[in-house]
Design a protein around this ligand. Sequence first.
Ligand code: NDP
Length: 244
Amino acid sequence: MSEVANKVVIITGASSGLGEETAKMLAHKGAKLVLGARREDRLKALTDTINSEGGEAIYKTVDVTDKAQVQALSDAALERFGRIDVLVNNAGLMPLAPLDELKIDEWDQMIDVNIKGVMYGVAAVLPTMRKQKTGHVINLSSVAGHVVFPGAAVYCATKFAVKAISEGIRQESNGEIRATNISPGAVSTELTDHISHKDSKEMAEGLYQDAISSDSIARAITFAIEQPGDVDVNEMIIRPTKQE
Ligand code: NDP
């Protein structure tokens, strides 16, 4: 039997892209899902679809930059399902621009969502996972968490931070908590829609011509979850074959 079945999985950023696709895949494998993001219409539609197809999902709107809201998401999982097996810390954004553009509000946003949001997720589930003596945190880093490229200094900094957080969780796991760092290359989602700097957007559109689909990353996340409990998949880098 699949190790995914009946696991309680929280996914942030479940309203589009990788989060949405992962929710669908895990639902088909019998996971119990708790879906979070800001856009309620999207979350409701996804939850309705999953439940109408025989899966089990609830949703709660959450802005991951607000630690009380992230805690409320985790509380909703406990209230409904009584335990938390996996947190997929997926919410993120990538408004690329060269440093000279001084898009300081976008720097703040990336730091707040991509780093602090991830830490708030960890804070919300860690006490429960310690009590259970088992749990699994899956963080979405990026190829940009391994290499830096022009126009992406702050985004890369946030994704390097995510990689460090994943490794920190692993080192402090006490043999109880699995930590998986997922590093996608270009994947076709809404991620590039929010780039406000024209040249950076054009650069990204070039890079994303060979982008792979979200289900490639959903499969990687599913693979990490469905390993037996004594197997901890720590790191996966998934690029389009054509990406340099
Ligand atoms: P999308 O833009 O499609 O999805 C991003 C998700 O994050 C949305 O569901 C959005 O929901 C959510 N989100 C953004 N800000 C917040 C917030 N403040 N609070 C709660 N949720 C928020 O992009 P992807 O699916 O591609 O991105 C998912 C993750 O994968 C990100 O961490 C990204 O950095 C990472 N990644 C993506 C790659 C790619 O090429 N696509 C490559 C490498 C990494 P809402 O707006 O409803 O709140």
